[in-house]
Design a protein around this ligand. Structure first.
Ligand SMILES: Cc1cc2nc3c(=O)[nH]c(=O)nc-3n(C[C@H](O)[C@H](O)[C@H](O)COP(=O)(O)O)c2cc1C
Length: 210
């Protein structure tokens, strides 16, 4: 039978200018840090709306020794941000909660299996899940950098559900064939792969030449 249901998202016909970046309570804050550094630097990107869950703050405190929610973006990128605007996860009236606000793509990095479950099942009670829900309903790219191991059947079902609804499941699994010299290189190259996937290839990304 011919499948006519359109669940695939399509990239805008220009490099994404307006991005939503969310972070949740899974391990891997360093990957978020490198993604934010890259988008802050990338002149094609004009606006980044950034949302952190409460659990993300707990993990960032553990992994990056960050303290609290104030100046979170500056703490992450080591300088005041020019285009990254932090939104409160409780504020379901923020711009990205509406389909009429033109986000080009959304990345959740790292994405906990709790947030995955809420997105995959349409439970949009906080801004992160609502913004993701909006991307799916508007057929905009949504990239979920899920991190958990091992996976149980609930996680696997939710990964399938999210992918079936149009999200890209982009597990937080780095590459090693570039022989990274540090964790920063591992995280930066992964962040670059995510950005290339949404139409923002980075000039200094490692490229396999065979
Ligand atoms: C140090 C630390 C590491 C964690 N790592 C993970 C992880 O890798 N994956 C995951 O799904 N949850 C992880 N968790 C648990 C989540 O933070 C927890 O389930 C939380 O409720 C997720 O909330 P959120 O999805 O709203 O951010 C971790 C928690 C802590 C404190």
């Amino acid at each position: 039978m011919l499948r006519t249901r359109k669940t695939r998202s399509s990239l805008p016909n220009h490099p994404p200018r307006n991005l939503t970046v969310a972070t949740t309570g899974a391990s891997g804050s360093l990957f978020l840090k490198h993604l934010l550094l890259a988008v802050e630097r990338d002149q094609r990107v004009r606006t980044v709306n950034f949302i952190a869950s409460d659990s993300a703050l707990r993990v960032m405190a553990e992994e990056l020794k960050l303290r609290g929610r104030s100046n979170l973006v500056s703490q992450l990128i080591g300088k005041p941000a020019r285009k990254i605007h932090q939104q409160a996860n409780a504020d379901i009236g923020a711009n990205v909660a509406s389909g009429s606000y033109l986000t080009d793509a959304m990345v959740v990095i790292p994405c906990s299996v709790g947030t995955l479950a809420r997105i995959a099942n349409g439970i949009a009670s906080h801004l992160i899940e609502r913004a993701a829900d909006v991307c799916l309903k508007e057929r905009r790219p949504l990239v979920l950098c899920v991190r958990e191991t091992p996976l149980n059947k609930i996680h696997i079902r939710n990964l399938y559900r999210a992918a079936d609804a149009g999200a890209t499941v982009f597990p937080l699994i780095p590459a090693f064939y570039n022989r990274p010299a540090s964790l920063d290189v591992v995280a930066r190259e992964f962040a670059y792969r995510v950005l290339a996937h949404i139409g923002l290839p980075q000039p200094d990304a490692y490229r396999w030449k065979g």
